[in-house]
Design a protein around this ligand. Structure first.
Ligand code: FAD
Ligand code: DHB
Length: 396
């Protein structure tokens, strides 16, 4: 087989890239390790920055999001025993964000791929990247096995959209890669429940640990609590979860939390990770393949979309006008936005969680920072700008 761009991974990054490339007349083929059902069943992020919403709208992917998503003016921060405050991105920056689940985006992307007859080969194993180091005369290709048969796709570019555990990043020689990593000493237990949600996305700092209220629709709530990283889901009965969650919210909010049977429960570790550069020869990394952020701040999915925006623009400029400047700048440009979100996610994680090593001093400093945020419109404006996400860098 032959195509212009082989895309490894059919998560949000891979399928969105194939969609935008198609709109520019660029052919791609997507290789996915899992089944489609498995990819569609993953429950992950829920908050879309306005830039992400713009990209989905500009590429004909917003019909259901505009119908079923929930626009928001800001997010709320609460902490033990005090009034909460709203970090208002709408009044500060004129930008709202959208609550619309990654699961729904993934469904929309697969439906769009089906409509245009996109080739997505699922259940591929043993993906190996070849001749992609950019040597003159090198002709990139990717090999794999599928249902016991060996396969090969020749191409001009490879997009590594295969997430943190994928093969693409690890195919770049170690001597070229520089990795930056911070692992946090706790995880998030997330649940989904068919109960009425709180009106605002609310991040809570509490002596027993962080908690977060979010939602998917008027009868579907998404909640998270900080738990020890080695905790097992089985140790968390629904009763134990609800009682721990409500203990962490200020009393007047806890009273409004509806409880009920949970329909999903999982524990995710928290990590900040960046691998540089994001390009090596004909290989370009997008999304979690190149970077991971802790979920505080809801940046992971949004960063995948911004990488795809920059890479699709660069490939369109190459195939449309024969210009390689944007391809050459891809890594540096994408990384500027990545580091901005990595820093914001690290800051919010540090501000809102209870770290096992915290001394009384650390505790006081954290509480003072929250007081300062609550009382300073300048501090709130700075946080609103970071939560809303930087605008994309435009080029003439
Ligand atoms: P992925 O969604 O990981 O997609 C990568 C795809 O590549 C997968 O389908 C995978 O099966 C496939 N793949 C992997 N290896 C190979 C291979 N060798 N060959 C072929 N295909 C391969 N972000 C938030 O903002 N908020 C959250 O609450 C949140 N929760 C999360 C919970 C979990 C458990 C995880 C893992 C992530 C969470 N994230 C969250 C992050 C967010 O979901 C990711 O940033 C987003 O999915 C990135 O999209 P992606 O397409 O880059 O990667
Ligand atoms: C959600 C996830 C996040 O990581 C976050 O910061 C806010 C909301 C969610 O799943 O809705």
């Amino acid at each position: 087989m032959k195509t212009q761009v082989v895309i490894i991974g059919s998560g949000p990054a891979g399928l969105l890239l194939s969609e935008i490339l198609h709109r520019h007349g660029i052919e791609s083929l997507v290789l996915e390790r899992q089944t489609r059902e498995y990819v569609l069943s993953r429950i992950r992020a829920g908050v879309l920055e306005s830039t992400t919403v713009d990209v989905l709208r500009a590429n004909g992917l917003s019909e259901r999001m505009d119908r079923e998503g929930h626009p928001h003016d800001g997010m709320r921060i609460a902490w033990a025993g005090r009034d909460s405050f709203l970090v208002d991105t709408a009044s500060t920056l004129g930008r709202r964000f959208m609550v619309y689940g990654q699961t729904a985006i993934q469904e929309d992307l697969y439906a769009a791929a089906d409509r245009r007859g996109q080739t997505v080969l699922t259940e591929v194993q043993d993906v190996v990247l070849h001749e992609f180091d950019g040597r003159p005369g090198a002709k990139p290709y990717v090999t794999y096995t599928r249902h016991g048969q060996a396969g090969r796709v020749d191409c001009e570019f490879i997009a590594g959209c295969d997430g943190f555990h994928g093969v693409s990043r690890r195919s770049i020689p170690e001597s070229v890669r520089k990795e930056y990593e911070k692992v946090y000493p706790f995880g998030w237990l997330g649940v989904m429940a068919r109960v009425k949600p709180l009106p605002d996305i609310t991040y809570v700092n509490h002596p027993q640990g962080f908690a977060l209220a979010s939602y998917r629709n008027s009868q579907l709530s998404r909640y998270y609590i900080q738990v020890p990283v080695d905790d097992k889901v089985e140790a968390w009965s629904d009763d134990r979860f609800w009682s721990e969650l409500t203990a962490r919210f200020p009393a007047e909010m806890a009273e409004m939390i509806e409880t009920g049977p949970t329909i999903e429960k999982s524990i995710a570790p928290l990590r900040s990770f960046v691998s540089e550069p994001m390009r090596y020869g004909a290989l370009y990394l997008c999304g979690d393949a190149a970077h991971i952020v802790p979920p505080t701040g809801a940046k992971g999915l949004n960063l995948a979309v911004s990488d795809v925006f920059y890479l699709s623009r660069a490939l369109a400029s190459w195939y449309g006008q024969g210009k390689d400047e944007l391809l050459n700048n891809y890594s540096a440009m994408a990384l500027r936005r990545v580091w901005s979100s990595v820093r914001t996610s690290w800051y919010l994680t540090t501000l809102l969680h209870r770290f096992p090593h915290f001394s009384d001093f650390d505790q006081k400093a954290q509480e003072h920072e929250l007081d300062y945020l609550k009382n300073s419109r300048f501090a709130q404006a700075a946080l609103a700008e970071q939560y809303a996400g930087l605008p994309f860098e435009m080029v003439s």
